[in-house]
Design a protein around this ligand. Structure first.
Ligand code: ZN
Length: 393
């Protein structure tokens, strides 16, 4: 009766998918159109979010640095919120707003001390104020006692589980080329493989300096490494984020600027399938062993994981492009899509950065300067910080 059992499992998953599709189709995301943060009194700061409708919000704190995180489920963030960001005030040091995944809004407040919270409440629409307002007061505490291991408050939603990782996130940096493969050769005869290694080593240092991440390099010396080995290395070490570093070259000597690549849906399809087959489909989706499941079931699950990975990769790429835009020249449409082999992990968010053109005289010169590379490394770190602040595990 195995046939019956597995068929039921498929029916269950299909049912699940139909259920979610319908649930969203009927409910639709709630519009989040305004976020205000202001002083209520000497020691109280009030956060107000304007919404079309009452909506669950999960609130929890994170340490090092101290942050309060507000997760609004099933919302559509009005882009005006990002253009008109509220200003830091009182013990709020930094404010970040983003959509880590579609239809979810995350507000992160970095604070100087650990504040206490009152329970959040909703103000219903009035004559002058047409929307619902989610309101929460944060109170500055005298001292800053270390937060409880799991200081999670859920004023509205019943959910109380924010995943607390025991290990720091692992970032794998992948310096392109190496050994007998020099990569691109610059106008003055410099090799891409040496530049990418330097860049990766400097970025590793900058990431480690934050104290928030573990960092590994796919190669830390001048040696050849197959593309597959790079992916496998990240896979074996269970990387949370994979960043491949390259430098570009073009016939057009005027071409210059940095770009970031992530995989496109088409490009990732076949690869996910191959990897899944090779790995006997086990351990691809967060350690769930699928080796006993029917291919149809495994494929649905792999597809879900792949989509999630692709969204996260694009999310990091966008953050990175935004940070880089402030510091260096970007290529037009700097976030690009391509089927690079190293981007094809179905379960590890991956990006490939082309840090600039070695075929362009000025950019080659810049890339040889440590001060310029520091700018690049710092942008990578800032984007990583924001990524892990806003991503769902
Ligand atoms: Zn390259």
């Amino acid at each position: 009766m195995i046939f019956f059992k597995t068929n039921r499992l498929i029916a269950f998953f299909i049912g699940l998918i139909i259920f979610f599709t319908n649930a969203f189709a009927i409910a639709g995301p709630v519009k989040l159109s305004e976020i205000r943060i202001g002083r209520q009194d000497e020691k109280t700061i009030r956060l107000v979010a304007h919404l079309d409708d009452k909506n669950p919000c999960k609130v929890f704190t994170l340490e090092n640095p101290t942050r309060i995180v507000f997760d609004f489920q099933n919302t559509q963030l009005d882009k005006k919120c990002l253009e008109k960001m509220p200003k830091e005030t009182g013990f709020i040091k930094d404010i970040r707003i983003g959509e880590p995944v579609k239809n979810q809004t995350r507000i992160v407040l970095e604070t100087t001390t650990v504040p206490s919270f009152d329970e959040a409440f909703y103000l219903s629409p009035t004559q002058s104020e047409k929307q619902w307002r989610y309101v929460i007061d944060l109170k500055q505490t005298e001292s800053s006692p270390p937060p409880k291991k799991q200081s999670i408050l859920t004023p509205i939603s019943a959910s109380t589980s924010a995943k607390q990782k025991l290990l720091k996130p692992l970032i794998v940096l992948d310096p392109g080329h190496g050994g007998s493969d020099p990569g691109a050769i610059s106008v003055s005869g410099k090799y891409e493989k040496n530049l990418t290694l330097k860049m990766a080593q400097e970025t590793k240092k900058a990431l480690e300096k934050t104290g928030k991440y573990r960092v590994l390099l796919t190669r830390d010396k001048d040696k050849a490494l197959a593309l597959r080995e790079r992916i496998n290395f990240a896979h074996k070490n269970k990387a949370d984020l994979f960043i491949s570093i390259h430098a570009d070259s073009a016939k057009n000597k005027k071409a210059k600027g940095l770009s970031v690549y992530t995989i496109s849906e088409k490009a990732s399809d076949r690869e996910a399938q191959l990897l899944a087959e090779r790995e006997n489909k086990a351990d691809i989706i967060l350690g769930i062993d699928l080796s006993n499941e029917l291919p149809e079931v495994s494929n649905i699950l792999i597809d879900l994981a792949k989509r999630d990975t692709m969204e996260k990769s694009a999310h990091y790429a966008n953050l990175l492009v935004n940070k880089m835009a402030k510091n260096v020249t970007l290529l037009k449409d700097a976030h690009r899509y391509a089927g690079f082999v190293v981007l094809k992990s179905p379960n590890i968010p991956s990006v490939l950065i082309e840090i600039g053109y070695l075929s362009n005289k000025q950019e080659e010169k810049l890339l040889q300067q440590q001060s310029y590379r520091t700018k690049l490394a710092n942008s990578i770190v800032q984007a990583v910080n924001q990524y892990f602040d806003t991503i769902y595990e």
